[in-house]
Design a protein. Structure first.
Length: 325
């Protein structure tokens, strides 16, 4: 396979800003754009390439792409993914992979049955900081990981319905990143102030503990993300806004990375992870492999998300429930 031929479903504002511009840079070739609003599809096809459609099945039958990217509202991710997989095409969906863990599990099953790749756009796994953190953590035994602390906050959400809530639409990124960095979670306990603020305690399978401070009471103009990772023996790493990090090993400063500028509205595509996650999907298509955020990972993240929501609602310690077969 040369440059993978890509079709996109959805031509909204965020996708036009964060997905379409990176397709060429990531090594792909856009051949089809579909949106129920034909004018939007024609606009993006004119800007970024490909032919415009308002029927995604017609687009896929006509273009026969190497991969399909789904950039629509979260309520449609699971159903579209299943239909695309059954048509024989690998698929990338924006986060979350589904509205519920049960729906995500259905997608897992279809991906297994069809043998096609399904990946979820959990961009935080692909930031420069997360890649460096994972590399750094991997030099230590899992049992030496002591604690993880994450502060991740946004501007206001209306929280009008569960599928467009702060916890599922925004905080799901850091919930997924906690798993990616420190492993599976055994127990969860959470306090909440309505749908706007969560204080979450985690106990990981490797014995480490963690805390998440999540709220939508800040601003969209600047990111608010602070992460601290502590490993036995005077080893720790701090991350600020996915771009600045400091590493201490054996009680001595070892590494400091601080780029000159970074704001939430624009970057190289690697600080936020958007370009890197698309590159991983395209390379997986070419190499016939999976990705670091394949649908099984998305399903387990949804299980942790639901455990947090259940604990906040009931006041009980909850064990995330995830099936394997």
């Amino acid at each position: 396979m040369n440059d993978p031929r890509i079709c996109i479903i959805g031509a909204g504002r965020l996708a036009s800003l964060r997905i379409y511009p990176y397709i060429g840079a990531a090594g792909g070739r856009l051949v089809g754009v579909c949106d129920l609003n034909r004018e939007k599809a024609e606009r993006n096809a004119g800007r970024f390439g490909g032919k415009a459609y308002d029927d995604f099945e017609e687009m896929l039958r006509t273009e026969k792409p190497d991969g399909v990217m789904v950039c629509v509202g979260p309520g449609a991710h699971a159903e579209l993914a299943k239909r695309i997989l059954r048509m024989g095409f690998p698929v990338y969906t924006e986060k979350p992979p589904a509205a519920t863990a049960a729906e995500a599990w259905e997608v897992v099953q279809v991906a297994r049955q069809t043998g096609r790749l399904c990946t979820t756009a959990f961009k935080k796994r692909y930031t420069l900081a997360a890649e460096r953190a994972r590399q750094w953590l991997d030099q230590f035994p899992p049992e030496d990981r002591l604690s993880l602390s994450m502060d991740y906050c946004s501007g206001p959400y209306t929280n009008a319905d569960p599928r467009h809530s702060f916890l599922l639409d925004f905080a799901i990124h850091i919930i997924d990143l906690a798993r990616y960095l420190f492993g599976e979670v055994r127990e969860v306990f959470a306090f909440a102030k309505g749908p706007d603020a969560y204080a979450v305690s985690l106990r990981f399978e490797n014995g480490a503990v963690g805390s998440l401070n999540l709220n939508d009471g800040r601003t969209w103009e600047l990111p608010t993300e602070e992460i601290e990772l502590t490993v036995k023996g005077g080893n720790f790493m701090t991350i600020h806004n996915s771009s600045v990090w400091k590493i201490t090993e054996n009680k001595k400063a070892r590494e400091w990375r601080e780029p000159p500028t970074y704001i939430s509205k624009g970057d190289s595509g690697r600080e936020t992870g958007h370009l890197s996650e698309i590159e991983d999907f395209f390379r997986a298509l070419k190499e016939g492999r999976s990705t670091r955020s394949e649908i099984g990972e998305g399903y387990r993240t949804m299980g942790l998300y639901e455990a947090i929501a259940e604990s906040a609602a009931t006041g009980r310690v909850v064990a995330p429930v995830c099936r394997t077969t």
